[in-house]
Design a protein around this ligand. Structure first.
Ligand code: HEM
Length: 450
């Protein structure tokens, strides 16, 4: 194929390029680029990034090309400023060493021990809600996932403090990180404006809290029976070495960020979609009532809640929590006839990829049944990137899905959620994709309402 430079996305302004549109409504902007070409140039000031819009090209990049397309680029450079060099952000070389050391903490045999805790956390938060009250459900979902983190990932007193700092700090840190993605000019973020100072203060508090966790686990020995203990105890099969203190600090930060915010986003969108689709809500309520019959959800229930899973999978298709991801090329490469020099930023927008009508019929429709075993197609399975693909696929995928299934079932068993806002709920990029607002009024489910 003859090589030619990328087509540049229309609408670039002098000096700033596409930065304004990207800051205003990135999902709309990225979705609009599908028709422009499989690889589209995006201008951010003097900088050109490459947006890949073709699902097959993205898969080939993630699966076969993971060394040429390494972690980095606009999105991960920004995340690295918070999460350091943990598993989610490290380069392929570090990843080959870190992933086997992290894997034992996430293997299927350890997950059942967390399910009861997840169930108790969802009961605790949703059990404290008052009938008739109106709540910001996205914040409540973050309360559940932060509580789960403190009771499964890092269970010490210091761990609870670190998770509380994450819960408090994320609403400020994540939108700021998002701005850093599209304004990749370091000095802009170093000017001592009130916003930048708040960012620095919050980040410093978070780092300090996480450092205290590492110090305390080192002093008292791991053995807390939590995920962090498993990570600290892991040893390389090759040379018997474990993770260093700095690596452990970065893993805690990564796991807290990834674990709390992504699952909170998934749950928020699921509650939003279910509240707007009465047919889906009724089927969900029937399944939950039949399976749980008023008792608390446990690990054995997971296989008996398939509709819950289809609802969550479909939610992540329409509103993937990790909606925008990036890579940095480590060598000169070529994608669909476009030459991409080493050191370039390559972006892919999972939200836009999931709305490709070639892959998903009626892509804008919320249809959990498209994931029924008799309906789902290989093209759909391959076109789903909500949990990534290839070697960098989400390590917490089962953990997050179990947590979301249990929380969705627990909330559905207790409550009807009625949207309290007339304004449409819009997707807003705050590093993860969150609803612009999710105020809902709570009505208890009566015995006969399912
Ligand atoms: C259901 C909610 C979740 C979603 C949608 C999600 C999404 C993702 C995605 C898309 C990736 C790949 C990113 C890329 O290719 O650049 C990823 C990686 C990762 N996730 Fe998740 N995640 C979720 C839950 C979790 C949880 C609960 C944890 C930890 C407890 C976690 C920890 C990680 C880590 C450490 C990585 C990096 C893996 C690697 O590079 O080897 N995630 N996640």
């Amino acid at each position: 194929m003859p090589l030619s430079p990328p087509v540049i996305a229309p609408g670039a302004l002098p000096l700033v390029g596409h930065a304004g549109r990207l800051l205003r409504d990135p999902m709309e902007f990225f979705t609009a680029q599908r028709g422009v070409g499989p690889v589209v140039g995006i201008r951010l000031g003097p900088h050109t990034a490459y947006l890949v819009t073709d699902p097959e090209l993205v898969r080939s990049m993630l699966v076969g090309g993971y060394r040429d397309f390494d972690k980095g680029g606009l999105f991960f450079d920004a995340v690295r400023s918070l999460a350091g060099n943990g598993l989610a952000t490290c380069s392929a070389g570090d990843h080959a060493r870190q992933r086997p050391l992290m894997q034992p903490a996430f293997q299927p045999s350890v997950l059942p021990r967390y399910t009861a805790v997840m169930s108790a956390c969802a009961e605790e938060v949703s059990g404290a809600w008052q009938a008739g009250s109106t709540l910001a459900l996205d914040q409540e979902m973050r309360r559940i996932t932060a509580l789960v983190a403190t009771r499964t990932l890092v269970t010490s007193k210091e761990g609870a403090q670190a998770a509380a700092e994450v819960e408090r700090g994320l609403p400020l840190l994540l939108p700021a990180l998002h701005r850093r993605v599209f304004i990749p000019v370091p000095w802009v973020h170093q000017v001592p404006t009130p916003g930048n100072r708040r960012f620095e203060r919050t980040r410093a508090r978070l780092r300090e809290a996480v450092d205290q966790v590492v110090t305390q686990y080192r002093r008292s020995g791991a053995g807390h029976g939590d995920l962090l203990s498993l990570i600290m105890e892991a040893r390389s099969e090759e040379d018997g070495s474990g993770l260093s203190d700095v690596e452990i600090r970065d893993q805690i930060m990564s796991v807290l960020l990834a674990g709390i915010e992504t699952t909170a986003s998934l749950l928020s969108w699921a509650l939003h979609l279910v509240s707007r689709h009465p047919g889906v809500r009724r089927r969900l309520e029937t399944e939950v009532k039949t399976v749980l019959g008023g008792r608390t959800a446990d690990h054995q229930d997971l296989v008996r809640l398939p509709y819950c899973r289809y609802v969550l999978t479909e939610t992540m298709r329409l509103y993937p929590p990790a909606a925008l991801l990036s890579r940095a090329t480590t060598t000169d490469v070529e994608l669909a006839g476009t030459p991409i020099p080493a050191g370039s930023d390559v972006l892919f927008c999972v939200y836009a990829l999931h709305r490709d009508p070639q892959v998903f019929a009626e892509p804008g429709r919320f249809d959990p049944d498209r994931w029924l075993p008799e309906r789902v197609t290989p093209v759909q399975r391959k076109g789903l990137f909500s949990l990534g693909a290839g070697r960098r696929k989400c390590i917490g995928d089962s953990f997050g899905l179990i947590e979301a299934t249990i929380a969705l079932a627990t909330i559905t068993a207790r409550w009807h959620l009625r949207p309290a806002d007339r304004r449409p709920v819009r997707p807003v990029m705050r590093t993860t994709l969150m609803p612009s607002s999710l105020r809902m009024t709570l009505e208890p489910r009566t015995a006969g309402s399912g």
